[in-house]
Design a protein around this ligand. Structure first.
Ligand SMILES: *[C@@H]1O[C@H](CO)[C@@H](O)[C@H](O)[C@H]1NC(C)=O
Ligand SMILES: *[C@@H]1O[C@H](CO)[C@@H](O)[C@H](O)[C@H]1NC(C)=O
Ligand SMILES: *[C@@H]1O[C@H](CO)[C@@H](O)[C@H](O)[C@H]1NC(C)=O
Ligand SMILES: *[C@@H]1O[C@H](CO)[C@@H](O)[C@H](O)[C@H]1NC(C)=O
Ligand SMILES: *[C@@H]1O[C@H](CO)[C@@H](O)[C@H](O)[C@H]1NC(C)=O
Length: 439
C-alpha cells in the first residue's frame, strides 16, 4: 500500500516536472519570437493598377512575400510594401516614385514600373537616390544603355528573342520580311537588334511599318492596305497585345490572314495569347507563329498555379497568369533575400538629404543603397517559379524559347529554340533547367 502511494507520488512529481519543463520551454520560445521584433524595410511598388499585367504582378508580389516569410520565419527583416498606382502613364510613374523616395517614405527599393517608357525616368531617379529599381516587365533593350547599376531587370530584354525569330525565318528560307511595330520605346527598342541580326543573316527588311499606340482602326486598315502591296508576305509584329488584337482583326477583315501570308509575333503578344478573346484567336489569328520564353515545369510551379487559381476565385479577381507574374514573384523573393543579407541593423539608418539644389530636393540618398545593390547583384542563383533566377549584369539570363503556332482555339507548341541547339522539336530535359549544359 505504502509502496503504491510512494510510486504515485513519484509519478505525480515527474509529471509535474515534465509539465514545468514543457511550459518553461514554451515561455522561452514565446519570448524569443516576441523579443526579436522584425525590422520593417519599406519597399515601393509602382504599377499601373488598371492594367491586367499590373494587377497580376501585384498579386505575385504579395504571394511571394507570404510564401517567403512562411518558410523563413526566423528572418529579421520584413519587406513593408508601399503600393502606388502609376495610372498608365509616364508622369504618373514619376510622381509615384518621387513620393516614395521623399523624406517621408524613404523606400529602400522600388519594384516596378510596368512599362519601358515609365522605366526610363525611374532608372535615373533610382541612380540618384541609390535605390534599386526592379522591373519585372520593362523589356526594351534600349534601357540597358542607361547603364545604371541600380536598375535590375527581372524580365528578359526583348532582344533575347532575336535569335529564335531569325532561326524560324531561316528554317523556312524566307529572304524578305516586313516589320510592324508600335511607335514608342517598347516598339522601337527591339528594331535595331532585329535589323542587325537579319542583315548578318542576309534577311532583307523591306519595310518598317510603325503604328501609333493610339491609332484609329482607319489608320490601321490604311497601313495594312499599304503592306498588302509589298512583295513579301512575311510580317513580324511587335506591339502590345491590345493593339495587336485590333491589328489582326482588321488584317482578317481585309483578307490578310489567308494562305500565303506569314505572321510572326514577338513574345509580348505570345505570352498573353491565352487571355485573348477566344473569338479573335479562332477567327483572326489562325496560323500565326509566335515565340515566348520557356518556363520549365516544376512541382512548385504546379502548386503555385493551383493556389493562384484558388486565390483568384476567392477574391473574385482575374486568374490570368503568365510569365510576368512569375517574374514578379521571383523578383520579390530575390529582393527579400537581399534585404535580409544587408541586415536588420543597416536599414535603421535614414537617407541623407543631398546638398544639391537641383531637381528633386526632397529625395535623399539611401545609405544602404550600395549594400543592397551589391546583395542583389551577387545573390546566388535560386530555383524560382520561372526557372533558375539570378541577376547577371542586372538582368536575368535567357535560355530556351518555345515556338508556338495558333491552330484552332489555342496556341500549340511546335518546337523549342535553345542557344546551343537552335530549333529542336522537344527539349531533352523539360523538368530541369540544364538544357544549356553539354551532353
Ligand atoms: C512625401 O509624400 C507624401 C505622400 O506620399 C506627402 O504626404 C509628403 O508631404 C511628402 N513629403 C515631402 C517632404 O515632400
Ligand atoms: C482552395 O481553397 C479552399 C478553401 O479555402 C481550400 O479548402 C483548398 O484546399 C484550396 N486548394 C488549394 C489547392 O489551395
Ligand atoms: C551592416 O551594418 C553593420 C554595422 O554597421 C556592418 O558591420 C555590416 O557590414 C553591414 N552589412 C552590410 C551587408 O552592409
Ligand atoms: C554638403 O555640404 C557640406 C558643406 O558644404 C559638406 O560638408 C557635406 O559633406 C555635403 N554633403 C553631401 C552629401 O554632399
Ligand atoms: C539582352 O539579354 C541578353 C541575355 O538574355 C544579353 O546577352 C544581352 O546583352 C541583353 N541586351 C541588352 C541590350 O540588354
Amino acid at each position: 500500500m505504502i509502496g503504491k502511494t510512494i510510486q504515485l507520488v513519484f509519478s505525480l512529481f515527474f509529471f509535474f516536472i515534465v509539465i514545468t519543463i514543457i511550459s518553461l520551454r514554451g515561455m522561452a520560445m514565446a519570448q524569443s519570437t516576441t523579443s526579436t521584433t522584425k525590422v520593417k524595410v519599406k519597399v515601393g511598388v509602382v504599377l499601373d493598377m488598371n492594367n491586367w499585367v499590373g494587377e497580376m504582378g501585384l498579386k505575385g508580389i504579395n504571394m511571394a512575400l507570404t510564401d517567403f516569410y512562411l518558410s523563413h520565419a526566423h528572418y529579421k527583416t520584413r519587406l513593408d510594401l508601399r503600393v502606388k498606382d502609376s495610372k498608365d502613364n509616364v508622369v504618373g510613374a514619376a510622381a509615384a516614385a518621387l513620393e516614395l523616395l521623399n523624406n517621408t517614405e524613404q523606400v529602400k527599393a522600388i519594384i516596378g514600373p510596368l512599362t519601358s517608357m515609365q522605366a526610363n525616368f525611374l532608372i535615373h531617379l533610382g541612380e540618384e537616390a541609390h535605390v534599386p529599381i526592379i522591373s519585372f516587365s520593362a523589356t526594351s533593350p534600349s534601357l540597358s544603355y542607361l547603364r545604371s547599376p541600380y536598375f535590375f531587370r527581372a524580365t528578359l530584354n526583348d532582344s533575347s528573342q532575336v535569335q529564335p525569330i531569325t532561326a524560324i525565318i531561316q528554317a523556312f528560307d524566307w529572304k524578305e520580311v516586313v516589320l510592324i511595330y508600335t511607335e514608342n520605346e517598347y516598339g522601337e527598342g527591339l528594331i535595331p537588334f532585329l535589323t542587325d541580326t537579319f542583315q548578318e543573316n542576309k534577311i532583307r527588311v523591306l519595310y518598317k511599318s510603325t503604328i501609333r499606340p493610339v491609332a484609329s482602326d482607319e489608320e490601321i486598315v490604311a497601313e495594312l492596305y499599304k503592306l498588302m502591296t509589298m512583295q513579301t508576305r512575311v510580317f513580324i509584329v511587335h506591339m502590345t497585345h491590345s493593339l495587336s488584337t485590333r491589328l489582326f482583326t482588321k488584317a482578317n477583315d481585309i483578307g490578310m490572314m489567308s494562305e500565303g501570308y506569314v505572321w510572326i509575333i514577338t513574345d509580348g503578344i505570345t505570352n498573353s495569347l491565352n487571355f485573348f478573346d477566344p473569338s479573335i484567336i479562332t477567327n483572326s489569328m489562325q496560323g500565326v507563329i509566335g515565340v515566348k520564353p520557356h518556363v520549365p515545369k516544376s512541382k512548385e510551379l504546379e502548386d503555385f498555379t493551383s493556389r493562384w487559381k484558388n486565390k483568384s476565385h476567392q477574391e473574385k479577381t482575374s486568374s490570368d497568369l503568365n510569365v510576368f507574374g512569375l517574374w514578379a514573384y521571383d523578383a520579390t523573393t530575390a529582393l527579400a533575400m537581399a534585404v535580409e543579407k544587408v541586415g536588420a541593423l543597416n536599414f535603421s539608418i535614414s537617407n541623407i538629404a543631398k546638398n544639391s539644389t537641383t531637381d528633386f530636393e526632397s529625395v535623399g540618398v539611401s545609405q544602404n543603397g550600395i549594400d543592397l545593390r551589391q546583395a542583389l547583384s551577387s545573390a546566388p542563383r535560386f530555383r524560382g517559379l520561372s526557372g533558375d533566377f539570378s541577376f547577371v549584369d542586372g538582368q536575368i539570363q535567357s535560355s530556351a524559347f518555345e515556338i508556338v503556332n495558333v491552330i484552332g482555339n489555342v496556341p500549340k507548341r511546335i518546337g523549342f529554340w535553345t542557344p546551343k541547339q537552335g530549333i529542336v522539336r522537344e527539349l531533352k530535359f523539360d523538368a530541369v533547367n540544364n538544357i544549356d549544359s553539354p551532353n
